[in-house]
Design a protein around this ligand. Structure first.
Ligand code: NDP
Length: 322
């Protein structure tokens, strides 16, 4: 089968689009024939080695397809089932061996591209707005990179829960996409001091929660955008990882809270995974988020897809087609 993987960490030149054996199943797994897979920033972290993994590393954490076969003892899936996943690596390929416990059965109305565009970022938006900081009506939140894949989902989810949503984007065109996703206000953080602007927009109070996936370049400003006892949710590193932090900083910024969550730890049981995924499918059905699939690339062009994502050229979702 064709797959995209790295044997050495580095730039997109390290991506190899080559033949690999179809994965052998181990206990508890199902073999999925992949129809569509999502491109996410985490794929770049695994390519560069920011997130550790033992080579060869087949990239991609999110895909939708059809169960081809199951390992002995897997009782809740069978060949022909339409499924998707968003928490297991190995999606940039024609086939992936995935623990059955991490596969979600797709409702008939959800097609493969929609599922591959929604599992990872949609469930992320769900846990961030329901578990990390459960949004209450009247909360104000700051969502960085609000026109991006995860950002649009978070803005839409927070808005649907009754929050006032302030987004940041790099360009005016992206600001339009962020507004369409649910942002009430958008700050061009490449042109304005977003912390000062956030203070102005909140009458000096600051926001209840910051959802920060940008990392190094927004860290300080995000802390300065919070109200006393607000929540700083640092959940990504698009501009680079946040340097080590002294706990005393949290006191100095107003007794704020800091969370550094990831999706996998929020889909630990079948009930939790199915609960989050079905809520995402409900959001799609209700039009809470109008899914924006920006570009679809052949699997062979994974390097181009990652280049476009990293160079801030994209809004919404990118997909690969094996
Ligand atoms: P996006 O589609 O959001 O793309 C990243 C965006 O980040 C860019 O479009 C850009 O928006 C912004 N950005 C700001 N600074 C930079 C920079 N220096 N280089 C590149 N981009 C920059 O990607 P994803 O939706 O795939 O992921 C967004 C973030 O969310 C990532 O950090 C990812 O790791 C994180 N994430 C974390 C999860 C978790 O559970 N912890 C799960 C899912 C995603 P603009 O041009 O508007 O500035």
């Amino acid at each position: 089968m064709k797959a995209v993987f790295v044997t050495e960490f580095g730039g997109v030149d390290k991506l190899r689009y080559e033949d690999l054996p179809v994965p052998e199943l181990t206990a508890g797994q199902a073999l999925v024939k992949i129809h569509s897979c999502g491109v996410n920033f985490i794929d770049i972290y695994f390519r560069t080695g920011l997130y550790p993994a033992v080579p060869p590393v087949v990239l991609g954490m999110e895909a939708a397809g059809v169960v081809e076969k199951v390992a002995e003892g897997v009782l809740d899936l069978q060949p022909g089932d339409r499924v998707a996943f968003g928490t297991v690596r190995g999606a940039y390929a024609e086939y992936a061996a995935i623990p059955a416990s991490q596969l979600v059965k797709l409702p008939g109305v959800i097609d493969f591209p929609t599922a591959a565009a929604s599992m990872l970022q949609g469930m992320t938006a769900h846990y961030l707005t329901h578990s990390t900081w459960p949004i209450k009506p009247g909360d104000t939140c700051l969502v960085h990179a609000a026109a991006g894949g995860a950002g649009q989902w978070i803005a839409a989810a927070a808005k649907s829960l009754g929050a006032r949503v302030i987004g940041t984007t790099s360009t005016a065109a992206k600001a339009e996409a962020a507004r369409a996703a649910g942002c009430d206000d958008v700050i061009l953080y490449t042109e304005q001091d977003f912390a000062a602007e956030t203070r102005r927009l909140t009458g000096g109070r600051g926001v209840d929660v910051v959802y920060d996936s940008v990392g190094a370049s927004t860290w300080e400003g995000s802390l300065n955008s919070l109200r006393p006892r607000g929540m700083m949710v640092s959940f990504g590193n698009a501009s680079g990882p946040v340097p080590p932090v002294a706990p005393l900083v949290l006191s100095q910024k107003g007794s704020i809270f800091l969370a550094r969550p990831k999706l996998f730890d929020h889909c630990l049981t079948r009930e939790e995974l199915d609960g989050r995924a079905s809520r995402v499918f409900e959001w799609l059905a209700a039009g809470t988020l109008k899914l924006h699939i920006d570009r679809v690339y052949p699997l062979a062009d994974a390097a181009q897809a990652q280049t476009d994502l990293a160079s801030r050229k994209t809004t919404g979702k990118l997909l690969l087609q094996p």
